[in-house]
Design a protein around this ligand. Structure first.
Ligand SMILES: *Cc1c(COP(=O)(O)O)cnc(C)c1O
Length: 360
């Protein structure tokens, strides 16, 4: 079977060059005489891999020096607990903007640990837009403000980030990390699970401003304390070594493509042509507020659940797979992360046009 164009929301496509490099090095890495999987996490070879991964991430994302970059495990969802456990440090208040299921899960988790409030929610409108809040809309004594930068399930993203003054802004960037330029200095903390844009599931990158480290309560589990991870350069225990190695290969790939800015240009072009095809069509419709449309997850429907199913099945037969919407929302969703070649988007558009002709 040939490789398909995989529009899965996550785990999702990785660049073919990365997979091929990993395959070539799988059994014997460099001069090591063993696979990266078999290597001690304290070995010189692995030390080089994790240091290189961090250096590349810093370079690609332009991470300021007063931020730590941590590689941790537990997926994006473990951050839903780590963020409140570590950052509810003074008033124990935090304000969340609810823009989808991931934000809601993070909010529900954080409520266990403090006075956590929903500053706004687009749930009544099925999360089809991003609420735009101003500084005054947040509690001024909040310890942090939490957003989901890109909403994987509903296909929205923040076109610009809220101004929060001195209150640290925390963002879940699981589904748009490394896809567009971001000014990290505007955030107290960002995190991203790897499986959407840079590697295998389970691995998470956390980028945290140093002055926010060290405030977890005494009884915070060591593994969930950013200080433990920061003091040990992400090597307190055995980190997900192979996943960090794959992440490093993806970072190298991004650099070889000209970096995040170059990928952003391609991502904008890919998304723009797909949205245009949807907007031009009489069959397909995108329910998302135009200003807030995601560059990564493009949601669309025909308005007829049976026709949606037919579309997804016929697309699959044509080598365009995983186009079904999230199990809770139905319809279609094309996830077009960094690794989705422009050719995949062009094929999808051609397929949509053909399908529309055949199903008038
Ligand atoms: C996928 C996703 C998560 C959850 O990640 P897990 O690694 O499955 O825990 C969290 N937030 C966003 C925005 C996501 O897309």
């Amino acid at each position: 079977m040939e490789r398909v164009f995989n529009f899965s929301a996550g785990p999702s496509m990785l660049p073919l060059e990365v997979l091929e490099k990993a395959a070539a090095e799988m059994v014997n890495y460099g001069e090591a005489g063993m696979s990266v999987m078999e290597m001690s996490h304290r070995s010189k070879d692995f030390d080089n891999i994790i240091k290189e991964a961090e250096a590349l991430f810093r370079e690609l994302m332009n991470v300021p020096d007063n931020y730590k970059v941590l590689f941790v495990q537990g997926g994006g969802s473990t951050q839903f607990s780590m963020v409140p456990l570590n950052l509810l440090r003074n008033s124990k208040k935090a304000d969340y903007i609810i823009t989808g299921q991931w934000a809601k899960k993070a909010f529900t988790e954080a409520k266990k640990f403090g006075d956590v409030k929903a500053a706004a929610s687009s749930e009544p409108d099925v999360y089809t837009y991003i609420p735009k809040l101003k500084k005054e809309d947040f509690r001024q004594d909040a310890d942090y403000i939490y957003i989901t930068a890109n909403n994987t399930i509903y296909g929205t993203r923040y076109p610009y980030f809220p101004e929060t003054g001195d209150i640290p802004l925390v963002a879940d960037m699981s589904s748009n990390i490394l896809s567009q330029e971001v000014d990290i200095s505007k955030f107290g903390l960002i995190f991203a699970g790897a499986q959407k844009n840079f590697g295998p599931a389970g691995l998470v990158v956390v980028c945290i401003r140093e002055d926010l480290i060290g405030f977890a309560a005494e009884d915070c589990p060591a593994m969930l304390n950013y200080k433990t991870q920061a003091d040990n350069d992400s090597l307190y225990n055995t980190p997900p070594t192979y996943s960090i190695y794959i992440a490093k290969l993806v970072f190298e790939w991004i650099k070889s493509k000209g970096g995040v800015k170059a990928l952003q240009t391609i991502n904008e072009r890919k998304a723009a042509k797909l949205y245009k095809a949807i907007d031009d069509s009489k069959l397909f419709n995108c329910p998302v507020n135009p200003e807030d449309r995601s560059l990564m997850n493009v949601v669309f429907v025909t308005g007829n659940a049976d026709l949606d199913k037919k579309f997804v099945a016929e697309a699959k037969a044509a080598g365009l797979v995983n186009l079904g919407g999230h199990r809770t929302v139905g319809g279609m969703r094309a996830s077009i992360y960094n690794a989705m070649p422009e050719e995949g988007v062009d094929k999808l558009i051609a397929f949509m046009q053909k399908f529309e002709k055949e199903n008038k």
